[in-house]
Ligand binder design. Structure first.
Ligand code: SF4
Ligand code: SF4
Length: 327
């Protein structure tokens, strides 16, 4: 029999064995009680019953601020050294695994980003099964089936069933003495509903963008342009590149930063023009990008149903209502 069972009592040894493959990061609670992926020193730091972190795991691949170039007199421009130590990212739910799969397509396929690729190569993804709450809709998006993992742990009676999803996952798990022959094997993976994803796919095929819905006015009236929905989204990747001069007036840094398509400044260009002056235009842009895709990913839905935007929006805006209304 295959050694694909991790008993609850072997969990601490499992984590200790994993440290030989990289620093372990996983879901914890910050001092303010906010779920967050951070470094793990012991299994007691982990919150295996978490639903979703506020800031998604994209921060490991696409950090909020990335220095691209340094400038100093006499040296000109130089590239900062990027530290990419091996990291085991433990406890990713299927929606976050699907989100990383989407970011992989964005950053490594059409125009590969070497910084993203270096960080991605240093990351081992260990997934963990979860229970949906009132904000989740991964089942409706078809992202409740785990993809893109090196190792996946499915919670079962007395422990976890382990799946290997990549050569790296096989190498890691084959040497772990904390695994044993299990009382049960992992059940076949099946999505629950994928109803919304089907509806969106059909809308995308018909090139629908719901231009006449009264909900656009309602959303635009209520939205505070706070940008929280985009900030916490595991697949949003709007970015800006700025140069910051130091106070000495001699040195400077070029920084890549998260931007936000809900901000009015996002559509500003030289000459005082703006592609998307109104909130309604910004909403439509986000909606079309998120659900219908554009560019090389046209027709690819990037919402993974994690529920973060539903949970954080202070005025309870949920773009999915557009699809429900069209039924
Ligand atoms: S749009 Fe909302 S539910 Fe969908 S992936 Fe982004 S944060 Fe999650
Ligand atoms: S979180 Fe809500 S209020 Fe804030 S920008 Fe997004 S939709 Fe608007």
């Amino acid at each position: 029999m295959a050694k694909d069972f991790l008993a609850n009592e072997s969990f601490q040894s499992f984590l200790e064995e994993l440290t030989q493959f990289g620093a372990i990061h996983g879901p914890t609670l910050t001092e303010d009680g906010v779920p967050a992926f951070t470094t793990i020193a012991s299994s007691s730091d982990l919150r295996l019953d978490y639903r979703r972190t506020l800031i998604p795991p994209k921060k490991y691949l696409f950090p909020p601020r990335t220095p691209l170039l340094n400038f100093a007199p006499g040296c000109g421009y130089s590239r900062p050294v990027v530290a990419t130590g091996e990291i085991i990212l433990f406890g990713l739910h299927p929606c976050d695994l699907a989100a990383i799969s989407y970011l992989d397509r964005v950053f490594t396929q059409d125009r590969p980003d070497p910084l993203y690729r270096a960080r991605r190569n240093a990351l081992t993804l260990i997934g963990l099964s979860c229970e949906a709450d009132e904000f989740c809709f991964c089942g409706e998006m078809g992202t409740d089936v785990p993809v893109n993992f090196d190792i996946y742990l499915e919670k079962v009676e007395g422990g976890f069933c382990l799946r290997q999803g990549s050569p790296r996952g096989k190498t890691i798990s084959s040497g772990l003495s904390s695994l044993s022959e299990g009382p049960e094997t992992a059940a076949p993976l099946q999505t629950r509903m994928a109803k919304v994803a089907d509806r969106i796919r059909k809308a995308a095929e018909r090139q629908e963008t719901f231009p006449k819905s009264p909900l656009w006015d309602d959303f635009a009236d209520r939205c505070l342009s706070c940008g929280a929905c985009s900030l916490c989204c595991p697949t949003c990747y709007c970015l800006d590149i700025r140069e910051y001069g130091d106070l000495d007036g001699r040195t400077a840094q070029r920084i890549q930063e998260w931007d936000n398509c809900l901000f009015k400044s996002h559509g500003e260009i030289a000459g005082g023009y703006n592609f998307r002056k109104t909130r309604q235009e910004r909403f439509r842009y986000r909606f079309i990008h998120k659900y219908l895709g554009f560019g090389p990913l046209r027709g690819v839905v990037s919402c993974v149903g994690c529920g973060r935007c539903r949970e954080v929006c202070p005025v309870k805006i949920d773009l999915q209502e557009l699809f429900q209304q069209e039924d």
